[in-house]
Design a binder for this molecule. Structure first.
Ligand code: SF4
Length: 237
């Protein structure tokens, strides 16, 4: 039964989602690159042992979450993780953690440096997980056409490719995909982008969405409403 005095939305923003079981919350870590250090993993297991039930669950989008945190332990668990440099929270109408495969950092099939593109999106565009937007917004980056992070099912999906003309590595982009109850496959932009070009595309799409989408409207719905041609003209793609 929901307690009307509890700000569940605020807790969600901080990374604490209500569980099916009354009085318990699942604590979702803010993922970065899908790479976790030994220290972070140790701290997560420690917090799970102290405030949860000693288990950590891996989400489908490379995140880690600790279930069975009691409401009264939320602040303490949050404080411990923060002190260890672990951020929490990105649910709701926000930019979600960017899912990213290893790309050419260690995968044999990798054609591009996915971690580097991720870093540029955060640092140069200032697009960080948790940023408020009209609705949830996902970005997925894959290092090759195998698309292990499912780029076609994200608002912006990117994968590495060899440009058939230059024979150099570049990027293919998909826009307007989403999973969920009304899944849609993103449409592919029929050209190969360079690092700088794909970075600029990401910036333009997110900025346009932020400014023009209605509250609780996914990118796919916005594109459907305005038409693909108009959308592409607006984002100058
Ligand atoms: S998408 Fe390609 S580069 Fe990335 S993990 Fe899969 S096979 Fe490797």
């Amino acid at each position: 039964m929901a307690d009307l005095n509890i700000d569940y939305d605020g807790l969600k923003k901080r990374g604490f989602l209500r569980q099916k079981q009354d009085g318990f919350f699942v604590l979702r870590i803010r993922m970065s690159l899908g790479v976790y250090t030994l220290g972070q993993l140790q701290k997560l297991t420690e917090v799970s042992g102290k405030f949860g039930r000693g288990i950590v669950h891996a989400t489908t989008r490379q995140g880690l979450e600790i279930p069975f945190i009691k409401f009264e332990d939320i602040a303490k668990a949050e404080e411990e993780l923060r002190a260890a440099g672990i951020e929490t929270g990105a649910s709701g109408a926000r930019l979600r953690a960017i899912t990213v495969c290893p790309g050419n950092n260690w995968c044999k099939s990798g054609l591009v440096d996915t971690f580097s593109l991720y870093g540029r999106i955060e640092k140069e565009l200032g697009l960080v997980c948790g940023m408020d937007l009209p609705h949830k917004f996902k970005i997925a980056i894959s290092g090759c056409p195998n698309g292990c992070t499912r780029p076609q099912a994200a608002e912006i999906g990117i994968h590495g490719v060899i440009d058939p003309e230059t024979k150099q590595p570049g990027y293919v982009a998909y826009l307007g995909g989403c999973a969920g109850r009304a899944p849609r496959s993103g449409f592919r932009l029929e050209r190969v982008f360079s690092d700088d070009e794909v970075l600029s595309l990401v910036g333009r799409v997110v900025a346009f969405f932020k400014k023009n989408a209605k509250p609780r409207q996914r990118l796919s719905q916005m594109i459907e409403e305005m038409g693909i041609e108009n959308f592409l003209e607006e984002i100058k793609a």
